[in-house]
Design a protein around this ligand. Structure first.
Ligand SMILES: [Zn+2]
Length: 153
């Protein structure tokens, strides 16, 4: 029985116990050794990290517009996700006329509609109902993002 395996990453022949067990694979073991796997994961984590969005008072919306122009696919995915959230977050008893009215009002005032309790937050999930909507300046909405200080007393 073969008890050594070559790591795809470092090309070393190593004992099988140095590979992670992966039942999805034919060999039963991960193709990279534990050590390489760990460093790969650490790298992914680092790469995947994105700074939370902050409103830039100097460039204003220009910076986010620029990001959108360079990341059209991501932007579309984001819009899609948002549509999903909205659908999920809208209960059957939501008063759509009232919701529309708030959005209309905000458009007239050139302000933005904010969910008082964010629709997607680690701790809470707000609802897309008129009771959870408020009209605020666009700038505030961007700054608030999905933060919701639910522990605040
Ligand atoms: Zn390796």
């Amino acid at each position: 029985m073969q008890n050594e395996k070559q790591c795809k990453k470092c090309q070393q022949n190593l004992k099988l116990n140095l590979f992670k067990v992966d039942s999805r694979l034919k060999s039963g073991y991960s193709s990279t050794c534990k050590q390489c796997h760990a460093s790969l994961e650490a790298h992914k984590k680092k790469e995947g990290y994105r700074k939370p969005y902050k409103y830039d008072p100097v460039n204003g919306l220009a910076s986010s517009r620029k990001w959108r122009a360079n990341n059209r696919d991501k932007d579309r995915a984001k819009a899609n996700r948002r549509r999903c959230y909205l659908k999920q977050a809208t209960p059957p008893w939501a008063d759509e006329a009232k919701i529309k009215e708030i959005y209309k009002q905000a458009a007239v005032l050139n302000l933005s509609v904010d969910h008082i309790i964010p629709l997607s937050n680690k701790n809470v999930c707000g609802l897309n109902v008129h009771q959870n909507l408020q009209i605020i300046p666009l700038k505030d909405n961007l700054q608030k993002s999905n933060k919701f200080d639910w522990q605040e007393s």
